[in-house]
Design a binder for this molecule. Sequence first.
Ligand SMILES: *Cc1c(COP(=O)(O)O)cnc(C)c1O
Length: 380
Amino acid sequence: MKKDYIFTPGPTPVPPQVGLAQVSMIHHRSPDFSVLLERVLDGLKYVYQTRNDVLLFTSSGTGAMEGAIASCFSPGDKVIAFAGGKFGERLVEISQAFGLKVVAIEFEWGACADPADLKKALAANPDTRGVLLTQSETSTGVVNDVEAFGSIVAKTNALFMVDAISGLGAVDLKTDDWGIDLCVSGSQKALMIPPGLAFCAVSEKAWKAAETAKCPSYYFSFKAARKSQSKTPPETPYTPAITLVQALDVAIGMIREEGLEAMFARHERLARATQAAVEALGLRFLAKDRSRAFVTTSVWAPEGVPAGDITKFMRNEFGMFIAGGQGKLKGKIFRLAHVGYFNEFDIVTQVAALELTLKRLGQPVELGSGVGAALKVLAE
Ligand SMILES: *Cc1c(COP(=O)(O)O)cnc(C)c1O
């Protein structure tokens, strides 16, 4: 019997109770939905650690990234965008699509974005209207120092936009305290629900910019979303993915029950166990700085083994879907997952499958060495 495992950094496994929350349809203009939406919007503020509005959209995460750019900037506005992976590149591409002038800071995939580069770029571009950064660069496994960037941007007139789609809920992110003006996230990563909802926390500074912003927008217009959400009771401008809001309600309940701090600690523990296993197996990491890299673990395929052989073998033999590399890392790395609905035994299962895979692909593996190393960390 083949059992399926979705061990990817998005979509992530959906807890059964979250899945079951979607079975009955309610109307989005009903009192039941209003109560639900109000509770969910309040829960999002808890997850975001913010007092500001969190807007909700029906789309994958990229929709809210586009909405943030379109709603708060005008064509010709200068933005500094950090691109050290596929999702950093997306920040550049969306900005260009809306006619913004992009100062792209490209850096090695696997390295962290450097706050010193931001200082230099701001000094050379005092007319900068926005700074765009990926928190957890899911394509490389790197987690950037958002707090350090925020403290630099706070001293300027620029807006600080963060793509926290895979990081929110997995690693600490203090939207207000770290000065994030536009904080984008999505449903299918640490928040443990299926794909289809996107979010953005919006600061007062960003709402001021939105007053004069001239990029065209309609479906992802932040003003339209705010207008509906600020009604009593709150609404959405268009038909939302109702069942996903029901799912999110249950997921937020789980997050509140575990507590944010405990959730971050769990992600760190599982990541450290995974890292220990990778090291014990003699494999190399892509991410250089792993002190915050607790969302996904990216690993170079061993010499002479295409990464696709590893992911394909795991999928075909064990029903285990793990992610390969994206963009220029395709075929070179594979990514082990521990974001969202994961516990110790998911890590052990994943590492065991990796060991068997490497062995069957002819690699010198001492069976149990990775699992043992992971268990040692988990026993601490
Ligand atoms: C998943 C992800 C996205 C969004 O991708 P969608 O397919 O639009 O949900 C954006 N940025 C990061 C860092 C991600 O991990």
